[in-house]
Every structure is written in C-alpha cells, then in structure tokens.
Design a protein around this ligand. Structure first.
Ligand SMILES: [Zn+2]
Length: 304
C-alpha cells in the first residue's frame, strides 16, 4: 500500500512487514523502504498518518486514535522520548541505508535457508531475508541477509553465506553500530553483549561484531541504561574482549560450557535459550580480580 506513493511500482509480493505488540506497531516495507510506527501514549506521527491514509482510514478516525493514544500518555512514553533526545544530543545517529537488491522475507518454503536460520535459534519474528534471484550478471552465493536497524530504521545489513567458502560474512555497517538494540524490550534490566550476530539473536542480546568494543559502541550500549554483561567467545580472540570489558567497568561472564560450545550461539543450540542464559547469569563476575582469574582459567582451557 506504500510503494506507489513513494515513486516505486506497486509491490505484489507482500514485502510490507508489520510488527505489533499490545502497546505499539511498526511497519517496514522491504520494497520501497517506507517505515512508520506508532506507540500508545504518543501522538500519531506524520509517517504513521500517511500509512493509515493509504490504507483507507478516514482522517476523523486517525484523529480519534490520536486523542485516545494521548489519554494513555505514560511515564514510559515520556522516559522514552527523553531517551531519544539524549541519543540525538549524544550524536548516536546512523544514516538510513538500503538492503541488497532483490532481498525478500525468509519464508518456510525457502527450505535450505529456513532450516539454517532455525538451526541457529534465530527468533521466528526476526525479519531474516533471502536474496534468491540474481541480478543477471553476478552469480550469487547462497546466503541469508540480516537487516541492521536502529530506532526501527534500516541502517545496514550483513549477508551470511551458507556455502563453506570464505568470507562467511559480507556486511554494510556504520562505525559505532551495535546490533540488536531495537530488540531490547523496554522493561529489561540486563543486556547481554556478545561478539556475533547469531549470538545476539539467539540469546536476545546485542552484538559488537568484533572482539573489541569501540568508544562509540560503548556509548550506545550505556545509553540503554541496563546492567551490562559481556560474554566473550571462548577462544584466543575472545580474551581481548574481556580486557576491554574490564576497562569499561562492565561485568563479564565466562560460563563453563560443554567442550564443544565456543560461543553463546553454540550454548543456546546445546542448552536452549533459558539454559544458556542461566549459565551466563550464574558466571557473571563484576570484580576485576575474579574476572582475571576466570580469564586465566579460560586461557589455560583454550591451550589444552
Ligand atoms: Zn512500499
């Protein structure tokens, strides 16, 4: 319902996605890129009004919705508005980017891709995409596309290739970006910081996508206002992340996972999401000395 109003041809493949909770909804069209959202307790904003109009909702009904929404104006809404102002004042913004051409929403009938994504315990409501058609010039290696969003805008993506060739990932990412902040429910008190996208997706955490955390990324993670727990990969590279977490004054968790679990995603596959989360919270350390001891034990384990 949006594309023809935005200079694109009408979409016939149902690429508009609607995500709704009991308090809000957000819309994103993967064809023309139109986004709009609504949160109970706030005004119906310009883009949401346009979308509703295109859907055939009369102006007076939109106005009624607006008034009804403002009756539910809550402390939550006010706090979130302050958070957004804070983000802008602190320069935490990312430019809007396009997804790769021909990307479409992953469906169960894309068997090979679907099985891969389910096997890695990605939540079913996360909009994983696939790019099956090629552009007629390039041969496309089979892959899934994970959109990067911030404040519900697409700001980049990564392609995860499913053949066993290198590179495994090709990404379009902006400096300071942290994956998964949009998926953090407002009432959670903790945030789990991981290295990889699939670690973050499977545990409901965020990913820094490297084995270190840049200053800009640290600012963004702090802006969430949660108790932070960094969970490094249990390999040589992960040790660097531990040192950086200690520098930032954040808690670190190095659980004693089964031998074949090297990262959060392995642990979720082996123990389930709740099981993995329990091991993470049980091994959470704040004291620098205890983290140092855990790190030494990990280094020893890696060597043997
Ligand atoms: Zn559209």
């Amino acid at each position: 319902m949006c594309c023809q109003h935005n200079g694109s041809t009408k979409d016939i493949r149902g690429r508009g996605g609607l995500k709704a909770t009991d308090q809000s909804w957000s819309y994103h069209c993967f064809n023309c890129g139109y986004t709009a959202s609504f949160i109970l307790g706030r005004s119906v904003m310009f883009k949401a009004r346009r979308l509703l109009t295109w859907m055939g909702v009369p102006d007076n009904e939109i106005e009624m919705l607006n008034l009804e929404s403002l009756r539910h104006r809550s402390i939550h809404g006010i706090l979130e508005e302050r958070q957004q102002t804070w983000n802008i004042l602190n320069g935490i913004t990312f430019e809007e980017r396009d997804l790769p051409p021909y990307a479409e929403l992953l469906m169960p009938e894309h068997t090979q891709y679907w099985d891969y994504v389910c096997g890695r315990h990605v939540p079913e409501d996360f909009p994983v995409m696939v790019q099956i058609e090629n552009d007629g010039i390039h041969w496309i290696r089979p892959h899934v596309v994970i959109p990067f969003t911030y404040d519900d805008k697409v700001v980049g993506y990564t392609c995860r290739f499913l053949d066993n060739r290198q590179p495994k990932f090709i990404s379009d990412s902006q400096p300071g970006y942290v994956f998964g902040t949009d998926s953090q429910p407002t009432d959670w008190q903790h945030v789990v910081v991981t290295e990889g996208i699939f670690d973050a997706l499977s545990i409901g955490g965020v990913a820094v996508m490297h084995n270190t955390i840049s200053d800009a990324q640290a600012r963004l993670i702090r802006s969430l206002g949660r108790e932070v727990t960094v969970v490094p990969d249990q390999d040589t590279a992960g040790v660097e992340l531990i040192d950086r977490a200690v520098e930032l004054g954040w808690a670190v968790s190095i659980p004693d996972w089964p031998a074949d679990c090297k990262d959060v995603n392995d642990a979720v596959i082996k123990l389930g999401r709740l099981g993995a989360l329990l091991t993470i919270m049980q091994s959470r350390e704040i004291s620098k000395i205890k983290i140092e001891l855990r790190k030494k034990a990990l280094v020893k384990r890696i060597r043997t």
